[in-house]
Design a protein around this ligand. Structure first.
Ligand code: NAD
Length: 510
């Protein structure tokens, strides 16, 4: 284990650690006097305080990144590839350390945290192929004696602002392609679980990434606004809730930046009457309650078509008592706590609201939460949810699965298409023709056919439609490479000086 890794993985019971920024290749203590508490959600105990950056501290990170960019953009593709292979090895070797930090600050169970790191690692592996990904095109003899070719160049300093629910993977979706393309990066991670970013920073340095290419500034709206308004930041990637995504997109673009801002979701899983109900129930429980429902691709609404409903609700209800809720570091736990006490209470309030609005509470997670001070809630199943209810309309972002009953496939698709979000969607059926029609009909960015959480593999791009994404390009994969580069087309000619003459006409091909 490296020294840097040890710094963030040693447990110090009884002590509240201080989490600093990371600027120009080193930890930098904040000077604002403002900080935020970081909790272990399983115990409810504060483990650390994270420094909140001032605009000046954000500027220091941007200036470091700006200096580093000048030389980083000249580093050859083969050298960049070599560094990325080393990053891949180090992140792989430290995946347990990263996962442990995720469990201790986010609450997700350790096996799920390892899954998060593994999916992020796939994006890093994709970026090891940067030489292939960043190629331009070449047309010889486009006109007589004239060749035309395109190149893609990095943008400069780019910023990333990330949510609490994937504290390692979502930053990897951003910094890996951005840096591989030759940009330098300023990350503003979630203030709720900031340590994974600091461990990552140490690993990138150890891999040989030059100082200043990757920087971390922690904080809240003050830091985010400083990123959005900074004249030396060329582009911003954001992942988080829809209201903030909209704000980031509007503010960033108003300040002349390229922005991709991924927002919230309300993911529907349609179960047709011909589906294998046992398989659909297993998938619904896994996708609805995994990571305590705190995934932007979590299934939150089941749409049961026709006679599938009673059997499906019965099958899910039967499975729920077996879901083991507990401390994520306990290998027996399948679902951990929610990220904060406030969020747990908000999610719990939706169970009460659902009952008030007329939904049927089949299983009430408030009754099965483990005792203690952790931010736990058990699993909740709510039947008879109607589209006009708040529990249908709002993104609850917790272990609450709703069921809406409809009679036909068309009604099910209309529900999804009328929803203001359009992140992920899934259909469970044994009918290939209907599945194919669904893929054609549905207005969402990521579609699963008998796959409840269709997060694209790293060589495709991730992104929703409608209020789940503001901007044009999806994140990571080929669109990530496009987002972090801009094109240039070179038209060149090496004429014989003897043939040179003045010609004021508009250049034409011949
Ligand atoms: P959030 O929007 O509260 O926070 C995201 C980031 O924005 C954080 O870094 C936070 O510090 C910052 N922020 C918060 N309030 C701000 C404000 N008023 N002004 C400026 N910046 C602000 O989201 P969260 O609670 O951390 O994450 C959960 C949300 O993220 C859910 O809505 C979830 O669906 C969404 N999410 C979406 C995707 C996706 O790919 N579409 C992936 C993961 C999470």
């Amino acid at each position: 284990m490296t020294e840097v890794a040890e710094q963030f993985t040693e447990e110090q019971p009884g002590e509240t650690a201080r989490i600093t920024h990371w600027i120009d290749g080193a930890p930098v203590e904040g000077t604002s006097g403002r900080s935020g508490p970081v909790f272990n959600p399983a115990t409810g105990v504060q483990s650390a305080a994270v420094d909140f950056a001032t605009p000046d501290e954000v500027d220091a990170a941007v200036q470091a990144a700006k200096r580093a960019f000048e030389s980083w953009r000249t580093v050859s593709l083969s050298r960049r590839t070599e560094i990325f292979f080393r990053i891949r090895e180090l992140v792989h070797d430290h995946s347990d350390d990263l996962a442990r930090l995720l469990t201790l600050e986010h609450g997700k169970v350790f096996s799920d945290a390892k899954g998060e790191v593994a999916r992020g690692l796939e994006v890093i592996e994709f970026c090891c192929g940067i030489a292939q990904l960043i190629k331009g095109e070449h047309s010889e003899q486009a006109s007589t004696g004239v060749d035309v070719y395109s190149i893609r160049q990095p943008l400069g300093v780019v910023g990333g602002i990330t949510p609490f629910n994937f504290p390692a993977m979502v930053p990897m979706w951003m910094w890996a392609p951005a840096i591989a393309c030759g940009n330098s990066f300023v990350l503003k991670p979630s203030e709720k679980d900031p340590s994974a970013s600091m461990l990552t920073a140490g690993l990138l340095k150890e891999a040989g990434l030059p100082d200043g290419v990757f920087n971390v500034v922690h904080g809240d709206k003050v830091a985010v606004d400083a990123v959005l308004e900074h004249p030396d930041i060329a582009a911003v990637s954001f992942v988080g809730s829809t209201p903030i995504a909209r704000y980031v997109y509007e503010t960033g673009t108003k300040n002349g930046k390229r922005v991709q801002a991924l927002g919230g979701a309300k993911n529907h899983m349609i179960v047709l009457p011909d589906a294998d109900i046992a398989m659909a129930a297993d998938a619904a429980v896994s996708a609805g309650y995994g990571s305590a429902g705190e995934r932007c691709m979590a299934v939150s609404m089941l749409v049961a078509v026709g006679h599938a409903a009673d059997e499906l609700v019965g099958a899910i209800k039967e499975r729920l008592p077996n879901v083991k809720v507990g401390d994520g570091m306990n290998p027996g736990s399948e679902m951990g706590p929610l990220v904060t006490r406030e969020h747990r209470d908000k999610v719990a309030s939706y169970i009460a609201k659902g009952a008030e609005e007329g939904a049927t509470i089949v299983t009430d997670g408030r009754e099965s939460a483990p005792n203690g001070n952790g931010f736990f809630l058990g699993v909740t199943l709510m039947d008879d949810v109607k589209p006009e209810m708040d529990v249908y309309k709002d993104e609850i972002f917790g272990p609450v699965l709703g069921v809406t009953r409809v009679e036909t496939y068309d009604q099910a698709v209309k529900l999804v298409n009328d929803n203001p979000y359009g992140n992920g969607v899934a259909i469970f059926t044994r009918d290939g023709g209907v599945a194919r029609q669904f893929q054609f009909d549905v207005k969402a960015g990521m579609v699963g056919v008998n796959v409840p959480i269709p997060v694209p593999v790293a060589y495709y791009s991730f992104g929703g439609w409608k209020n789940s994404l503001f901007g044009d390009l999806h994140i990571y994969g080929p669109e990530g490479i496009q987002f972090y580069t801009r094109g240039k087309v070179v038209t060149s000619r090496w004429p014989d000086p003897a043939t040179s003459k003045v010609d004021l006409g508009f250049p034409q091909t011949r």
